[in-house]
Structure formats: C-alpha cells, structure tokens
Design a protein around this ligand. Sequence first.
Ligand code: R5P
Length: 289
Amino acid sequence: MLIVSCSHGKHLGKMIAKKAKASHTDLVVDKFPDDELRVQFKANLKGKNVVLVQSFYSNVSDCIIECILAAETAAELGAKKIILAAPYFPYLRQDKRFRSGEAVSQEIIAELFDLYFDSIYIIDPHLHRKHSLKDIFHSKTVKLTANLLTSEYIKKHIKNPIIMGPDEESFNWAKSVADSIGAESRILKKIRYSSYHVEVKLNKYIELKDRNVVIVDDIISTGHTIVETAKLLRKMGAGKIYCACVHGIFAGGGLKKLKAAKVEVISANTVPNEKAKIDVSGLIAKSLR
Ligand code: R5P
C-alpha cells in the first residue's frame, strides 16, 4: 500500500503511513501561470493499492480537481486499486434542492468520485436525509467516526460535563458522545435562515446553573450555530462552555467569533487548525490495514 499526501492531506498522510506500516509519498501539486493545476507522482505506483489522502477544506474546487487528476493518473500508471481517504469530504450537506433551481451537489459530487475511486473512506460524513454512504456513492465506502476519540478527550479534560447538540442533525454526534461517557445530553432546535443567520431554541427547560456544557457538532463552518447556542446556554446560567467538533473549518473568521463568545473549542484534526487536539490518523490507518 502506498499512502499519498495530496495538497490538503499533508497534515495526516505521513502519520497514517507510519501507523499503517505503509510507504508514503507526497503528490507534487503546483499551478500553471493561468491557474490550472499540475499534479505529478514521484513514486512507482505499478501494482500498488494507492491511497490518496485529501481533506476538502478551503479551495475546495481545486482540492476536488487535484484528486480527480491524481486518481486518473494513478490508474494510467498501473495502480492496482485507487482509494480515497477523506478526513473531511465536502458537499454532503447539500443533500436536497433547498431552493428551486439549486443543484443537489451531494449527488453530483458523489457521482464524480464514483468514476475514479474503487473505495472511499470518510470520517464523520454529514449524513442527514440520506442515512448511509451507500445511499450516496456506488463505490465501496467506509464510514469512520471520531466520536470515541472525542469522548475520551472530554472524559479526560472536562469535569462532569453535560452534552448539547445544537440541532437535530447533530444527534449522531452529541448522543453518541454523551452515551459513551455516560453524560446527560440534550438536542436543541435550530432554525437556519441563511448561511450566516441561525436561531437556536430550547425544546424543554434544563438546569444548567454553573455546569460545564459541551456543545458537540460535526462541522463548524462560520461558527454561527455554536455562537447562538452558547448565547442561549449562557442565558440559562451555564458555567464554562466548550464546543467539540470533528471538522473545524472556521470559514470567514469563525474561530475569532467563537473566541469572542468565550467558547473553548476542541476539534479533531480532519482539517488542520489551531484547536485540533484530537488526532484521527490512527483511526484512518487502522481502517486501511
Ligand atoms: C449542519 O447541520 C452542521 O451540523 C453544522 O451545524 C453546520 O454546518 C454549522 O455551520 P455554521 O458553523 O456555519 O453555523
């Protein structure tokens, strides 16, 4: 097996290779003067199971094109199997036509990857209306979760926490994390008006006075969901407010907003960021072995 770090997989590729006892190479990626991508393998791929490690954050479109160019090139150079290890896979939230005339991007992007990959490993895919990766992709898929790692982190560092899921979509994460540490949990109600405007409401009163509250969610994008949740929890008397996420994207200064809202953020390292304290390299390596 050969692990290949793509441009947005470098923070994990080498660690995955070491833990999977596999060889490793970096994909050479640069740009032509007109902004087109150039990718190049510097290793021999013939007869090998080639694992492309790519996380799809920032310049997402370039990340996708890079992966497609690399996968097809790997096939042409004689790779036996072409595997994608995606710590963060994009476009999964766009799982229906929310507004008329809008693309259902989840399906279209999945179809594209199906064409080039034998199997696709994704950490904590955002599954909402479609409950399984098998309902989205035709290629073999493996769904991994950082829930246990997140639970272990919370257990070790936060005393007597109560777990909050900011919306029904966070149920898979918040409930599972709460159950594995034996903590109380509650799922809140979120109304999304736009990408930058959400409202978070309480379903039923819960006593939070001076409690350590951990908001658990899969993705933090702009940070608005967490900021609004923290405001609500603070009104209810919560003590220290933490937020544990898998994919810390922090688009458009999201982390700054969370700092201003006095939320202590803990993130997995599917996307590299300054709050990435939970390492998923072992999770991926184990599943590839
Ligand atoms: C959606 O349901 C996800 O689980 C997250 O809650 C959402 O992506 C967070 O987005 P933002 O940080 O922009 O509020």
